[in-house]
Design a protein around this ligand. Structure first.
Ligand SMILES: Nc1ncnc2c1ncn2[C@@H]1O[C@H](COP(=O)(O)OP(=O)(O)OP(=O)(O)O)[C@@H](O)[C@H]1O
Ligand SMILES: [Mg+2]
Length: 467
């Protein structure tokens, strides 16, 4: 997986880590090296000065010999030059080959005026395999220069320390890098694991499998993403289920009238000696079933337009009471057929509605038709219109069969019917209330229901009062 997120981060951080480690190791090495070098220079300077002072204090052979004895070391070459820069005394380690070079150097230093002792780094260019530190200090007694004490200190010990330092910092760098590398691998892997899981989950969701959804982990952005994916999967599942349900309901609700129409038209076609009465009854069934289909298709079409927001509401002011009486009158035949009485009631004569008359009529008719449909002979329906605060409300109350409490939250869903069998010839498709809800919401109103099985039902439509 060359392009994995964790690989990219690891590579990026490792490059930065390497850069930081190398810079830090190099900086620490430089600082330590300078510190050691400075120390060594100070040491040479200090020794040279104290020896010079000792000799100046007691300018005789025993003192000088004593000083030379003290500096009897392999890495120190000590020489005493007179005022004419002729070598008077030298330590055992001082090589004769170098005397002229030393003299030239002292001459050069004396030519320029600066405080004593003079200390200088002499590098390999002059012929040493490691850097040396040279220093010179005049010997002055009674105001007169008696000679010059010269010291050549090689830096072998310092070089050995330097090699050790390089080794130490190198090892430190490698250890830091290894620890950093594994820590980084662990962290990036831990960080990218939920992302990989989510990637797998979204592929599964795309393939229609909504069960294997990643667990919500943590409250950070990754956790939020997991929660979003979960909610998206949930919505997609609902959408898929409702679409499947939708298709199965439509096909069921169309199949029933089609079966009737087909069966009854076959009777008409095949039975030539059908009595007039029977013929009329058969044609009536066909007509009623075709009307049922027409209503279903109309409702579906209207609901889909409402849900997609393709219906524009054209509001106008109109008197509530005359409008409602007219609506009720159009249902007289249905009411009489079912032996159900309907009363219109209002506490105020001139209630004005500000709404889309056509669509609001559709909503009220749906509710009145429900009441008629779910009432039995002798039941009563009351339509009441009244003002309540800043709202105008229309209540449709019936003494019908009522709705079980468990079904109440679902009656607004498309195709939802309390009678799940969907076989009752008197029942509708379950689209009516979904349409009512959409229409009332488009009017910025509310629709609520109160019902009790065996007692009755009240639907309440409330719209903002425009007056
Ligand atoms: N007044 C009522 N009394 C008792 N039950 C009701 C009443 N109104 C609605 N219901 C229940 O709510 C369900 C949904 O109502 P809705 O109007 O959406 O569908 P429908 O009347 O069955 O069919 P459609 O209105 O599409 O012809 C109904 O099937 C019925 O069970
Ligand atoms: Mg209905």
């Amino acid at each position: 997986m060359k392009n994995r997120f964790s690989t990219k981060i690891t590579t990026f951080v490792i490059v930065i880590l390497l850069f930081v480690i190398i810079t830090m190791v190099y900086a620490s090495y430089l600082i330590s090296e300078n510190f050691y070098k400075e120390n060594l220079r100070n040491d040479v300077e200090h020794r040279l000065r104290s020896h010079a002072i000792a000799i100046e204090h007691q300018f005789d052979l025993p003192t000088i010999n004593h000083v030379f004895l003290m500096e009897q070391k392999e890495d120190v070459h000590l020489g005493l030059f007179d005022q004419n820069l002729q070598l008077i005394l030298q330590s055992d380690s001082l090589d004769d080959e170098w005397v002229d070079t030393y003299r030239e150097w002292i001459k050069d230093q004396l030519a320029v005026e600066h405080p004593f002792p003079i200390i200088d780094d002499v590098h390999t260019g002059i012929g040493f395999h490691i850097p040396h530190i040279w220093g010179v200090h005049p010997i002055v007694t009674q105001g007169e220069i008696q000679g010059y004490l010269f010291m050549d200190q090689d830096t072998e010990k310092f070089e050995a320390t330097k090699a050790k330092l390089i080794q130490l910092f190198g090892i430190m760098g490698i250890i830091t890098f290894i620890i950093g590398f594994f820590l980084l691998m662990y962290l990036t892997n831990k960080m990218s694991r939920p992302l990989r899981e989510m990637g797998r989950a979204t592929t599964e969701i795309a393939n229609g499998n909504f069960e294997n959804i990643p667990k919500e982990s943590g409250s950070d952005e990754v956790g939020q993403l997991a929660r979003d994916i979960k909610s998206m999967a949930h919505q997609l599942k609902e959408y898929r289920d409702s679409r499947q349900q939708f298709i199965s309901h439509i096909s069921h609700d169309l199949r029933t009238p089609i079966t009737y129409i087909k069966g009854y038209s076959a009777i008409l076609k095949d039975s030539a000696d059908l009595k007039e009465e029977e013929r009329i009854r058969t044609v009536e069934v066909i007509y009623n079933e075709a009307t049922r289909m027409e209503h279903l298709v109309q409702d579906l079409f209207q609901l889909s337009k409402l849900e997609e927001g393709r219906i524009g509401i054209q509001k106008e002011k109109f008197q509530a009471l005359p409008w409602l009486s007219q609506l009720i009158e159009s249902r007289t035949m249905q009411l009489e057929k079912k032996n159900v009485t309907l009363k219109l009631r209002s506490n105020q004569e001139d209630i004005v509605l500000f709404a889309d008359e056509f669509h609001l009529s559709k909503a009220v008719v749906n509710l009145v038709e429900n009441s008629i449909r779910y009432c039995q002979s002798g039941d009563e329906i009351e339509v009441a219109v009244f003002k309540e605060g800043k709202q105008v409300c229309i209540n449709i109350t019936d003494t019908g069969i009522g709705i079980p409490e468990a079904d109440i939250p679902h009656i607004w869903d498309r195709f939802y019917r309390v009678d799940k069998a969907r076989t009752s010839h008197s029942g509708g498709s379950g689209l009516g209330l979904a349409i009512v809800k959409q229409i009332i919401e488009l009017h910025n109103g509310t629709v609520t229901v109160q019902s009790q099985v065996g007692v009755g039902t009240t639907f309440s439509l409330c719209l903002p009062d425009s007056t």
